[in-house]
Write a protein that binds this ligand. Structure first.
Ligand code: GDP
Length: 331
């Protein structure tokens, strides 16, 4: 195999679909390799109005991670943060279940101001990314509101109430994406996915149910992915039957799905050309139902992120070079 077979060519572009913490880690690695040849399409189903502000948790995690500003311990927010605003809110007896750092707050205030002035979210995020020195293109999945709600035995909970306030404790019966039916994909997202130089579409190791599904629920996007000539490759968020962080495995159990790599492949059936799984799950390789690349997928350091990005791009390039069907079938 030549070097070209094993990597993305110099003018090749890549689109990554991504949620927050888990997805942003791989997006960071991809951005290190690809720079401005990377487009990251980010879930906005987690967006909500809080204290009169428009908060976009996943977009902001991607902005902070790709700019190197992220708080690596917490996995959300900025590293260089102070908490005066929260402390005064507490004194006032106001709502404090959702943490907003002082520096982070500026982003929400400015985003809200611009949205109220009629500026599309795509344009706002593009300008924020620019000001943070990010070369990759970061796009919200839509400029229209899509709001994830989680149906539990206690009733339907808005996403952040479920995720942050209730710490994912209520059992998940169903997940809805309010407004998805009427949301429009943006011209920028469609252009990125239809770019003739597109060489791979990567589904980051984000929560498939809460982070990737809302993106696929935007009318037209699933079809564009299905029709894409570039291979769609997912990196599994499940290692050893567990999520690295967050409720992915818990939700899978509650929805009656085993927390396996095969179930991740099955979830993305009709879209995937191949799945990347962790070396500890090598034995699952033959249960995935199609091309599987086994490597270390746990990303602790920046080098881990870049290495997994390189492995994933190499796998996608090999799949693109392969003759035959470009989509995995059900196992
Ligand atoms: P959220 O929106 O902040 O919950 O973030 P995502 O949906 O993007 O990411 C959550 C998922 O990332 C979880 O299912 C984790 O298992 C997965 N994840 C986090 N870190 C890693 C990692 O280092 N490797 C892999 N393979 N998955 C990870």
């Amino acid at each position: 195999m030549t070097a070209e077979d094993n990597s993305i060519s110099n003018n090749g572009r890549v689109v990554a679909l991504c949620g927050g913490v888990g997805g942003a880690k791989l997006a960071f690695g991809l951005a290190r390799i690809l720079g401005d040849r990377l487009t990251v399409v980010v879930n906005t189903g987690d967006d909500f109005e809080h204290l009169g502000l428009h908060v976009s948790p996943d977009l902001d995690t991607v902005l902070y991670t790709l700019s190197g500003l992220a708080n690596r311990e917490l996995g959300w927010g900025r590293g260089d943060e102070s908490w005066n605003f929260m402390s005064v809110l507490r004194d006032l007896g106001a709502e404090t279940w959702f943490q907003l750092g002082d520096r982070d707050l500026a982003l929400h205030v400015e985003r809200t101001r611009q949205l109220r002035a009629g500026v599309p979210l795509t344009q706002i995020i593009g300008a924020f990314a620019n000001s943070f020195g990010i070369r990759a293109e970061i796009l919200p999945m839509s400029d229209d509101a899509v709001r994830t709600t989680v149906v539990t035995p206690e009733g339907a909970l808005p996403f952040q109430r479920y995720f942050v306030e209730r710490r994912c404790a209520p059992m998940v019966r169903q997940i809805n994406f309010e407004g998805a039916g009427k949301a429009q994909p943006t011209a920028q997202v469609l252009a990125a996915l239809r770019d003739p130089d597109l060489q791979a579409i990567i589904l980051c190791p984000s929560n498939p149910f809460l982070s990737i599904d809302p993106i696929l629920a935007v009318p037209g996007l699933r079809g564009v992915l299905e029709a894409a000539r570039a291979p769609v490759v997912a990196v599994s968020p499940i290692i050893g039957g567990k999520a690295v962080k967050g409720p992915t495995d818990k939700i899978m159990a509650e929805l009656g799905v085993a927390a396996t790599n095969g179930a991740i492949a099955e979830h993305y059936r009709g879209l995937l050309a191949g799945l990347v799984i962790d070396a500890t799950d090598a034995a699952e390789r033959d249960t995935v139902g199609g091309p599987t690349h086994v490597t270390k997928t746990l990303m602790k350091s920046d080098e881990d992120r870049e290495e997994l990005a390189r492995e994933t791009l190499g796998f996608a390039a090999r799949l693109a070079a392969m003759a035959g069907p470009k989509r995995m079938v059900s196992s």
